[in-house]
Design a protein around this ligand. Structure first.
Ligand code: SIN
Length: 266
């Protein structure tokens, strides 16, 4: 297996492995290491079916079935979400910077997105390192943020998209979390879900979140993945954010995503 970094901060291409077939623990170990070291990894030409997608997700843990994905689940496969956009779409999933399902009490540690159909141009996904975003803050700002918690509300992300009456999670998480594998600190607020920093005034919260939402968008923390048909992106939600670029309307972009159970952020 070959792992080729996109830049020093985030993202790597992984090649020399066939994920359509069962693979050994040695490959699973290498995939886990590649993800821990690079935050997001990308594999091309992997025409996986649902069974192979499940097998790949199991490398990272048990599947996370988020309450918010209910309307888009593949019948018979609760953990597989259809990710589809075409000429009838009025929105696409993940158009703003976010960490997947961060309003869940135990948000998914990672996500595996497989796209079989991509537009002729566009439809990239951008990823950003929240280690880098944290590291780049001044010591004074870090001291200000340490110990604070923020509310993540799935209504902000999905409110207008799910059937009326569907319960959506809302949870408070630390503003900076420690990654359970690497031990590194990562900033953990995102524009998609985070509504308020607790323990400070509404105006202070708005100003601080506004600054942090801008801060995480720096190109210094990013990589950008240009999809090809049957590519797979695997990312770690605990130390990264991402954003889907919908610049291809009315073209079709289609595939499936599985998320993997994570832990309560600390
Ligand atoms: C997501 O946010 O999970 C979707 C990302 C994408 O479609 O590129």
């Amino acid at each position: 297996m070959t792992v080729e970094k996109l830049n020093p901060t985030i993202g790597a291409y992984v090649s020399g492995v066939d994920l359509t077939q069962p693979f050994g623990e040695d490959v699973a170990d290498e995939l886990r290491r590649a993800l821990a070291e690079n935050l997001a990894i990308f594999l091309r030409d992997q025409p996986i079916d649902f069974a192979a997608h499940r097998r790949l997700a199991a490398v990272f843990g048990e599947a996370h079935v988020a309450p918010s994905t209910k309307p888009w689940r593949v019948p018979g496969f609760d953990e597989i979400t259809r990710m589809h956009a075409d000429e009838n779409s009025t929105y696409v999933a993940g158009e703003d910077w976010h960490s997947d399902m961060s309003a869940d009490p135990e948000p998914p540690m990672g996500s595996l997105l497989y796209l079989h159909t991509i537009p002729p141009l566009g439809g990239d996904t951008v990823f950003a390192s929240m280690y880098a975003a944290w590291d780049a803050l001044s010591d004074r700002m870090k001291a200000q943020l340490e110990g604070l918690s923020a509310v993540h509300d799935a209504v902000k992300a999905f409110g207008g998209l799910v059937p009326k009456g569907q319960a959506l999670p809302c949870t408070s998480h630390p503003v900076v979390r420690i990654h359970p594998v690497t031990g590194r600190k990562a900033l953990y607020v995102n524009r998609g879900y985070t509504t308020r920093i607790e323990g400070i005034s509404e105006r202070e919260s708005e100003a601080l979140l506004g600054f942090l939402f801008e801060h995480v968008q720096s190109p210094m923390f990013q990589c950008r993945f240009t999809w090809s048909p049957h590519a797979i992106a695997i990312w770690d939600n605990r130390c990264g954010q991402h954003m889907a670029i919908w610049d291809y309307f009315p073209q079709v972009r289609s595939g499936y995503r599985i998320q993997v159970k994570g832990e309560k952020p600390v």
